[in-house]
Design a protein around this ligand. Structure first.
Ligand code: 5GP
Length: 157
């Protein structure tokens, strides 16, 4: 976990290295488990945005994506894709699906164990993205190019 995030979370009083997800994995806390293999576990979110909201987590403890092996990250997405397919086929009859992962306090992370959200979407379901004003006045291409240069200098696969 990034040090700044940890400090922020400690200040906000919501940092706990023994997260509720650890307790779900050990069976200390009950959960509606949908799928589990050696790398990941998928279960129902206790506070669903819409009915059918699922979380996919790594079985190993990792607060942030940066602590997670990419093979496990790939497995999280693979299982998430199958969960989305199952939701689509189910009688929940959704009109769309969102996949969402909050990595860090500033990104909205509240449980410090990596998790991918998968939740069904419907027209007028009440879920909204709040976008900043800058979104509606896109920057010059040169700003995009500078950001690409900055990121590509650190990119490894
Ligand atoms: P975040 O805000 O970190 O992206 O999402 C954390 C998610 O974990 C929330 O959607 C919240 O409802 C879910 N959650 C928190 N505590 C529990 C719990 O004890 N059981 C389950 N199943 N989900 C939880």
């Amino acid at each position: 976990m990034h040090e700044d995030d940890k400090k922020n979370a400690v200040q906000r009083g919501n940092f706990d290295p023994n997260t509720v997800f650890d307790k779900i994995l050990t069976g200390e806390l009950p959960a509606e488990i949908l799928f589990q293999n050696e790398l990941v576990t998928a279960f129902m979110d206790i506070q669903p945005i819409t009915t059918g909201h699922v979380l996919v987590i790594p079985n190993e403890r990792a607060a942030s994506l940066s602590e997670l092996p990419t093979t496990t990250g790939a497995e999280i997405f693979k299982v998430g894709q199958s969960v989305a397919a199952a939701i689509r086929k189910s009688n929940l009859q959704c009109e769309g699906i969102n996949l969402f992962l909050a990595d860090g306090v500033a990104a909205g992370q509240t449980v410090f164990h990596v998790h991918l959200h998968i939740f069904p979407r419907y027209k007028n379901d009440g879920f909204k993205w709040s976008l900043p004003d800058r979104y509606y006045s896109p920057p010059e291409r040169s700003e995009l190019a500078a950001a690409r240069e900055e990121i590509s200098g650190h990119f490894n696969l």
